[in-house]
Design a protein around this ligand. Structure first.
Ligand code: XUL
Ligand code: CO
Length: 469
């Protein structure tokens, strides 16, 4: 039996590491098997290193695909992670992560490789944590100087390539000082350290023209209630975020501040559990109107929600900010951060986004990582191409459903009674329980059950998923 060959399958074994790459020499390329930019060739051309659906300049409604999706590559999983997990060491060859290298020399090489990748991919945006781009030094002042140097290097790459910053964020979870939280730490000195770090990172994000600034409270929660003053920690978090907002205005940062909900991991319980929890928190601490949410697909599913539910909840209360696009695994209860590949589920979320008027200054950040057996440098391209095509096709499906009113008109009809005399008078407060009771008792109200048509609607969604091009 002969193996099937063709453009979808590599005909020759790939090199494990691209040859000739040395840390410290900017002229070297790491992704030597890919020329870039990745072209759009359409759905009928079986070329693996080409987009089938993402056609950046294609106009969909009032915007191009690129403008709708504002897709970003994340620095941390793609360039800062070596494929290690809790049971085993790194599987990827990433020379800039070699601990025997000078840390700043390695950081410079890493950044050059990151921009080589993003430029070849044709990604319009990127995202980073402060410690992804500049390793922490022994003093805070030196860490700031390193961040400054790396931000200047990023700025040079950004003006050379036209790649923009979707958001920056501070890593307030890796260093041991943050093991019991950052803003919610029992020790105010840790709070102060986190404040200093966030202030600096916001300034760097502003200087790089960041469209947003994100706060993910990875350790803002608890491992056990036995040692935790939950009420006090909520107040600390509220105070911290008010200081963040104050600083934003003080430094003239015009981007949007975003909180990223997640229910757990690494903590047993994380305070920013889901969108509804964050909404209540923002109201309680007077932060509404200042902070929105960055919704991550796999965080939504860990919280027991569909991603589309979290989008719809945020849109309903005016909190929709940005998206971390990825997916989990139905049978694994942790944050697997896989690349999105289901058009069906993603198009329902994009439909909610279109109905809400789009993401504004937000976008779709690939907070995604390769599987640790995907060890070829080229795998990073296949992963992002698949994710970008999934989002692009989801946009086409969602846009067609939305402009046809395929779902929205059904929903509007379903609630049309609320536009009538009875519905309006209930909502304006002109009716009482007793008054309604009288109407019912007089036989003037006799509701007729109406089909919810779920299966018919599911068929409509499938029709769009299968036919839209
Ligand atoms: C962790 C996560 C983070 C944030 C940024 O689950 O999603 O990468 O997006 O800190
Ligand atoms: Co995320």
């Amino acid at each position: 039996m002969s193996l099937r060959t063709g453009p979808w399958l590599p005909s020759t074994p790939r090199r494990r590491v691209s040859s000739g790459f040395t840390v410290g020499d900017m002229s070297d390329q790491f992704f030597t098997t890919v020329d870039g930019p990745i072209p759009y060739l359409g759905p009928d051309v079986p070329e693996p290193l080409a987009f089938k659906w993402y056609d950046a300049e294609r106009v969909v409604g009032d915007r191009t695909m690129a403008e709708h999706l504002r897709m970003a590559v994340c620095y941390w999983h793609s360039f800062n992670w070596d494929g290690s997990d809790v049971f085993g060491s790194g599987t990827f060859a990433r020379p800039w992560l070699d601990p025997s290298r000078d840390p700043m020399e390695a950081a410079r090489a890493k950044m050059d490789v990151a921009f080589e990748f993003m430029e070849k991919l044709g990604a319009p945006f990127w995202c980073f944590h402060d410690r992804d781009i500049a390793p922490e030094a022994t003093t805070f002042v030196e860490s700031c100087a390193r961040l400054e140097e790396m931000a200047e290097r990023a700025e040079a790459h950004m003006s050379r390539t036209g790649i923009r910053l979707l958001w920056g964020t501070a890593n307030l979870f890796s260093h041991p000082r943050y093991m019991a939280g950052a803003a919610t730490n029992p020790d105010p000195e840790v709070f102060a350290h986190a404040a200093a770090q966030v202030a600096r990172c916001m300034e760097v994000t502003r200087d790089l023209g960041g469209a947003n600034y994100v706060l993910w409270g990875g350790r803002e929660g608890y491992d056990t209630l036995l040692n935790t003053d939950l009420a006090r920690e909520a107040d600390q978090m509220g105070r911290f975020l008010n200081m963040v907002v104050e600083h934003k205005h003080d430094i003239g940062f015009e981007g949007q501040i975003l909180l990223e909900p997640k229910p757990q991991e690494p903590t047993k319980h994380q305070y920013d559990h889901d969108v509804a929890t964050v909404h209540a928190f923002l109201q309680r601490y007077g932060l509404e109107g200042e902070i929105k949410v960055n919704i991550e697909v796999n965080h939504a599913t860990l919280a027991g929600h569909d991603f589309a539910h979290e989008i719809a909840t945020a849109a309903a209360v005016g909190l929709l900010g940005s998206v971390d696009a990825n997916r989990g695994d139905d049978r694994l209860g942790w944050d697997t951060d896989q690349f999105p590949n289901s058009v069906e589920s993603m198009s329902l979320a994009v439909h909610e986004i279109l109905a809400a008027g789009g993401l504004g200054s937000g976008g779709f950040n690939f907070d995604t990582k390769l599987r640790r057996q995907s060890i070829d440098p080229e795998d990073l391209f296949h992963a992002h191409i698949g994710g970008m095509d999934t989002l692009a096709r989801s946009l086409l499906v969602a846009h067609a459903m939305y402009t046809d009113g395929a779902l929205t008109e059904v929903v509007a009809r379903r609630y049309s009674g609320w536009e009538g005399e009875l519905g309006r008078s209930i909502m304006t407060g002109d009716r009482t329980l007793a008054g309604l009771g009288e109407l019912v008792a007089n036989g003037r109200i006799d509701p007729t059950p109406v089909s919810g048509r779920q299966e018919a609607l599911e068929n409509i969604v499938n029709h769009y998923v299968q036919t839209v091009r």
